[in-house]
Design a protein around this ligand. Structure first.
Ligand code: HEM
Length: 484
């Protein structure tokens, strides 16, 4: 029986699915979960293809397959459940290639992934995405990027040990890189957590909670240990992220498109704008004889309070054990609780397009990606894990996401939803977290929660996140590396 792409991975994979997992790279079906990462960007010398090919072929034995990752994470969970000392795992490693990388390696066009956005490369898509000119990006990203190798530290090691482990892995990798391959840059990822041990991004909000789950066992765990799967199904078919690897004749060789964007966050400006907006809305509310908690301003920008509580569900934080994800917006069809412009409503409207435009929920869900980002940059936190500083630069998100169609998933989300001032309706405005373009555009901010009578203010909340570099890549199967 072939790989069943129209459903999540079964708890009892068939023989073809097992063969698929043995040569699929890790991190696609489930995040690698490592808290420290290194991202090594490479360029191949097209005049010396043999050297670059041999290097990639030798790398294959070090890459973490999906089977290995899933087996390790099962062992890790079992040890934790039994209260045993956590097991130690080797560094996680994955390698992705850009279209110019395939070409530099001499891979014939029909054997390269076919997505037009991938083939054109991220820079060529700037007009569609409203991206800043590549000349303003960090130097290392301004020219062609052919490959990225991601190394993740041991999930269990101490912070210092994890850093050292990655340093050692980087050194070991560097010693194998031939002269035909140039290291054009290395980024370091570093995850941050709040006092509840939930992962946060630099503006201070819980991130990474809502994900498409691609394995039956993860869906069952979410049902049992999360807040349920009744109103929002986290279950997605394998075809959401997987497609046949075009470079291999093996029917069980699969890969996934990988979008990488280095997004710098101006924390100081975001936090100041959040405070100003909160004070303005509070003033408006008081003038109407109401109370307004200024914390709501930020929650209505993101769609969740800092602790992850969805602003749809209540008007104050506190729902964080577990952070809820089982909701849709059918009870808030006018956007009075969670505004239409809120980042999480823009990037996952959870049925708004079905309710408003008659688009089927199934087609709307086709735009969802498996997000695998990690924060970068150094921050100071106190004992309760509150951030103590507010940097203006050098911190942000290494946004990474797997998908089976770049145009219909990442690009659609960024261009047709986040940047589109008229999505979901004419007065929505751009996504205040990641929207790009329309300098004069404003959102409508409401000085009340769930209150149609509350005053509103039209003002612009945007431009705190800046693209500093990026590329579209493909994560090939191990069969591809073996065939080089
Ligand atoms: C620095 C940039 C970004 C920041 C600070 C940010 C922040 C957040 C936060 C705090 C959440 C809520 C946690 C959750 O529901 O998982 C979230 C969710 C999400 N973000 Fe972002 N994000 C950024 C970039 C992006 C980009 C570039 C995209 C896609 C184009 C994106 C798409 C999403 C999606 C799809 C969700 C889940 C929404 C849901 O399912 O309800 N984000 N983000």
């Amino acid at each position: 029986m072939p790989v069943r792409l129209n459903q999540p991975l079964s708890k009892t994979p068939n023989a073809d699915e097992q063969a698929m997992l043995a040569q699929l790279q890790g991190n696609i079906l489930k995040g690698h979960g490592r808290k420290h990462t290194a991202h090594v960007f490479l360029r191949f010398d097209a005049a010396e293809q043999a050297g670059a090919r041999a290097f990639l072929k030798s790398l294959a034995s070090k890459l973490t397959t999906a089977s290995l990752q899933l087996a390790n994470s099962a062992k890790f969970r079992a040890a934790k459940k039994a209260g045993k000392a956590a097991i130690s795992t080797p560094p996680f490693m994955t390698c992705v290639l850009s279209a110019s990388g395939y070409t530099a390696l001499g891979i014939a066009a029909p054997n390269q992934p076919a997505d037009n956005a991938f083939r054109g490369g991220m820079k060529s898509r700037a007009p569609l995405l409203n991206d800043p000119a590549a000349a303003t990006w960090d130097i290392g990203y301004q020219n062609e990027n052919h490959a990225m190798i991601l190394i993740g530290g041991d999930a269990n090691a101490t912070t210092a040990a994890k850093s050292k482990q990655i340093d050692d892995a980087l050194k070991a990798l560097a010693s194998t890189i031939p002269t035909s391959v140039t290291v054009i840059g290395v980024e370091r990822g570093r995850a941050y957590f709040n006092g509840n041990e939930d992962g946060i991004e630099h503006f201070g909000y819980v991130d990474g909670r809502s994900q498409p789950l691609l394995r039956e066992s993860d869906i069952e765990r979410e049902d049992a240990g999360g807040d349920g799967i009744v109103r929002w199904s986290p279950s997605f078919p394998l075809k959401q992220v997987l497609l046949r690897d075009p470079a291999s004749n093996d029917a069980n060789a699969f890969g996934s498109y990988f979008v990488y964007r280095k997004l710098e966050q101006n924390v100081q400006a975001f936090k100041a704008a959040e405070t100003t907006l909160g004070a303005e809305l509070q003033q408006l509310a008081v003038a109407q004889g109401h109370l307004f908690d200024p914390e709501l301003a930020g929650a209505m920008i993101v769609g969740r309070f800092e602790d992850g509580t969805p602003v749809l569900l209540q008007n104050a934080e506190g729902m964080h054990h577990p952070v809820p994800n089982d909701f849709d917006y059918s009870g808030d069809q006018s956007g009075l609780k969670c505004p239409f412009h809120a980042h999480i409503r823009k990037t996952n409207p959870r049925g708004d397009t079905a309710r408003m435009f008659g688009v089927s929920l199934e087609s709307e869900r086709e735009h969802i990606m498996a997000r695998r980002g990690i924060t970068y940059g150094a921050r100071k936190q106190n004992k309760k894990k509150a951030f103590l500083d507010q940097p203006t630069k050098d911190v942000g998100l290494l946004f990474m996401a797997y998908q089976s169609n770049v145009i219909n998933q990442f690009e659609f989300t960024q261009a047709s939803w986040a940047n589109n001032t008229s999505f979901v309706n004419a007065s929505t405005g751009i996504d205040p977290v990641i929207g790009q373009g329309s300098a004069s555009n404003k959102q409508k901010h409401r000085a009340g929660w769930g209150d149609v009578q509350a005053s509103t203010q039209d003002s612009r909340f945007a431009d705190f996140v800046t693209l500093k570099g990026g590329e579209y890549f493909f994560a090939p199967s191990l069969a591809f590396f073996a065939g080089l």
